[in-house]
Design a protein around this ligand. Sequence first.
Ligand code: ADP
Length: 254
Amino acid sequence: HYEIIANPVTEKDKIAGAVIIIVDVTEKEQRERLRREFTSNVSHELKTPLTTIYGVSDMMAEGIVKQADVKSFGKNIKEESGRMINLIEDIIKLSKLDEDSFPEEYARIDLLETVKSVVERLSMKAEERNVQIFMEGEHAFINGIPSLCSEIVYNLCDNAIKYNKENGSVIIYVRDLHEGVTLTVEDTGIGIPFEYKERIFERFFRVDESHCQQVDGTGLGLSIVKHAVSHMGGTIKVESAEGIGTKMIVTFPH
Ligand code: ADP
């Protein structure tokens, strides 16, 4: 799409000609469309839990909740508000990444140490799902932003646990190669249908809404990962087979 701007050129108060500027606004329009979609998605995603919280607390305020049910009503409010907090935290992360300069300093990071601390944070969750986590690799250093690196590793490992099968496993490798430092997170989970291999990185995209309904998530994790990886000059690649598993490979420059 083009926008045409015509400006007359005057000489001694007479119109002597015109300057016509043709601007390609395709990208601008696309940005605008994405922004509108984002706002509408956010409003929807926030309204759903808030409606539940409102309904439940309204019944409690009216005094029509039996004493025996108070606990489960409280649990409901806690879960729904937890979902809202996760969503808002993810939006804050994305908006920080959208700024030209990320407000944190680069540092030398041992990726294997980052993986170890993330695995520790996720160990309870893995246990609950009967998923085993294996780590392999060597100490490998990159020049990156520590909080973003943890975020990348956390989101990929969290997904590898969430979308795994009962008794499944997750294998994480860190390798120092000639082309860069690679982080590979491989799972034995449900896999990603081929046609969605790119779309999973879009904001709010979740493969199968009915399945995802049972799995907690905002649909923002992988878009944060992709943004964070490219912010630090890296790349991300997906290999997946439905029903067999998924492998996410991130390469960071040295
Ligand atoms: P979510 O908060 O839903 O986990 P993400 O942005 O992290 O959002 O992922 C987007 C979607 O991609 C998920 O909803 C899921 O359908 C799919 N997905 C991501 N990682 C995996 C994986 N390891 N195995 C299978 N599907 C995955």
